[in-house]
Design a binder for this molecule. Sequence first.
Ligand SMILES: [Zn+2]
Length: 276
Amino acid sequence: MEALGLPYAPGTAGPESWDCGSLVQSVYGRAGVALPGDQAGLFAVTTPVAPADVLPGDLVFLGTPEAGLGHVGIALDPRTMLAADARAGAVVVRTLPSDQVIGVGRPSLDGRAPVDVPGPGEGVLRMECGNTVYPPSYDGARQWGGYPNGLIPPSAMCPLGVGGHSLRCDAAAAYRAMSAAYAAAFGGPICITDSYRTYAAQVKLYGEKPALAAVPGTSNHGWGLAVDLCGGIQNFGTPQYAWMVANAGRFGFLHPTWADPGNGREEPWHWEYAGS
Ligand SMILES: [Zn+2]
């Protein structure tokens, strides 16, 4: 429960942020029980008990027939679990949707020989820690979810917790974790001026600043994968910019080469999510 409210960030294992598997691994590790640190590994080796017999501390595995295994948390009682939750973007106590509990396991029993883990059906995206995992993005092809650039429905993104800013959910979770770490160093969250940018906003900006703005429909802001930052980060050579250079990478954010000093279009404020 000490972790309640800390950010969710995929691939991290505390103490500043967690994912669902690493939180379970850490809790049981402190009690001297060694467990895997990912939802699939936990499902594979934890001895199951009947869901009706769930006790506090049991592992609860959520999933759907379409996506397969999609989450793991620690039961607090028959109706709630503690989990690092990708939809919530934080360690939360959440109710258990009874139609999504696909297994309950008890780590205090001896582990079992690993079993196959239910996976996603043909053409269905995997779920991890309660949210959909989008295919990795790479240079030149950042499209995801089938949405055109700048025309992503708000419901497909997640808030950054500041103003009305939002990004693709994995990028948003990583941003919140990065901002929490930044706050520990500077006493406040990262200052942000821009995140997801609609196609209409890209057209407007291009009309105003054609030398600076990306051609409409091509901006990484339009994929919900870029942020423009302030509070010192907007200038090369500040302590805040140096912190980003030293730390952004471990949260999956990078400063693109084209925006570095001497490459023609210097934009210290512009950072992109490249995945972890
Ligand atoms: Zn930008």
